[in-house]
Ligand binder design. Structure first.
Ligand code: ADP
Ligand code: MG
Length: 360
């Protein structure tokens, strides 16, 4: 199915629910303020005390180190536009209180309350603490858009590819061995030279190398072994050299997709390595692969990366906190809105006791 160029249905009960005095998205009052009654207006009558109604607007917590980041700002904006309240919490400011039947997340010493749903944006520099916080929120029973196990799976390229291959999603042929003794055997296992060598926990193109000779392979393997870094060797998908495709999965569909093209002689197409993006219409069947990949890893929101192989798409990785700037600017799709809408839906379903059936 081709990717919809823009727009998605807001089917969430919370969204744009007209309330007294609320400004509708059009800028008009959704419901006019109530008229002042004659009794209230007369001189001798004390003004009726305004009751402070408990806000019915659902609170969405966005875990993020910085509120000024593009993706964080867009999620806040989308939350407000959809009638919710947004609270940005620095993941490192969340304290976990662990006590039988009294697990809590404390922020400035006060327990976090009344949260409809959490959208975690966990950077790779704080994966370990971030995952603990996400896990703790889950223990308390707060719905989370991307839970800790799926995030951990996606952060480890080997684990991610193992799971995808196990469920027949096409991935580049990959090998990992502890003993680096016979490099030639490892290269043979992925189909010969040239090969890609990758750090298992690399990101933004850092630690992804192309080796064209056995000598290069050996020296890269020795260097990383010396540094104690885990790496994998991977088939070089030559027909896709210099470009890849990012599909943004939200729930059960792809809401936007772009193709990234590397600059100059570079084979890595990451925007952080100078790559540029353009909107891309997924060929038939690709959306299904992207959604399936996200489902296998267990992610509700995922940036699924493909290489364009001769025989179809090969998934290279999944990103659990995909950046929104590149994809929104290149496609014009309101991805933040789609994520928040899905978060609100998930929170409603979770309240009704629903959990997504797990593949693993
Ligand atoms: P990172 O997590 O650092 O982005 P990737 O696995 O996505 O790591 O690799 C970075 C870039 O290198 C990809 O976007 C793609 O352009 C290129 N690349 C990665 N693996 C291969 C491969 N097996 N064959 C060809 N190009 C690749
Ligand atoms: Mg990548």
């Amino acid at each position: 199915m081709p990717v919809r160029a823009s727009g998605w249905n807001v089917s969430v009960e919370h969204a744009y629910r007209p309330r007294l005095g609320m400004t509708a998205p059009s800028g008009k009052r959704a419901v006019p303020d109530p008229p002042v009654s004659a009794a209230d207006a007369s001189e001798g009558t004390p003004p009726r005390k305004k009751r402070r109604a408990r806000s019915v607007r659902p609170k969405i917590v966005i875990l993020s180190r910085k509120r000024t980041l593009y993706s964080t700002r867009r999620l806040v904006e989308a939350t407000r536009k959809l009638g919710g309240r947004a609270q940005v919490l620095d993941t490192l400011q969340c304290t976990m209180l662990i006590a039988p039947k009294a697990n809590q997340v404390l922020v400035d010493g006060a327990p976090l309350r009344d949260v409809a749903v959490v959208i975690p944006r966990i950077g790779t520099s704080i994966t370990s603490y971030g995952l603990a916080v996400v896990n703790h929120l889950d223990m308390i029973g707060i719905p989370i858009l991307n839970n800790s196990v799926p995030i951990a799976r996606s952060r480890d390229k080997l684990r991610c590819l193992q799971l995808l291959a196990r469920f027949d999603v096409d991935v580049p042929r990959t090998v990992m061995a502890h003993a680096r003794g016979d490099a030639a055997q490892l290269v043979d296992a992925v189909g010969g030279l040239p090969v890609i060598v990758k750090l298992v926990k690399g990101t933004q193109g850092v630690g992804v190398m192309l080796a064209s000779t056995m000598q290069e392979v050996r020296s890269i393997l020795e260097t990383f072994a010396g540094l104690g870094e885990d790496i994998v060797l991977q088939e070089f998908v030559a027909e896709s050299s210099g470009r890849d495709v990012r599909a943004l999965v939200v729930g059960d569909r792809v809401v936007a997709a772009m193709r990234r093209q590397a600059g100059g002689d570079e084979f890595r197409s990451n925007i952080h390595r100078g790559g540029t993006g353009e909107a891309f219409t997924l060929p038939p069947g690709w959306e299904e692969v992207a959604v399936r990949a996200a489902r296998i890893i267990g992610l509700e929101v995922a940036g699924v990366d493909f290489l364009e192989g001769r025989h179809g798409p090969k998934v290279t990785e999944l990103n659990s906190s995909p950046g929104l700037e590149g994809i929104e600017r290149t496609t014009g799709v309101d991805v933040a809105g789609a994520i928040v809408t899905h978060a609100l839906e998930l929170s409603q379903k979770a309240r009704a006791g629903w959990t997504r059936p797990r593949m693993i």
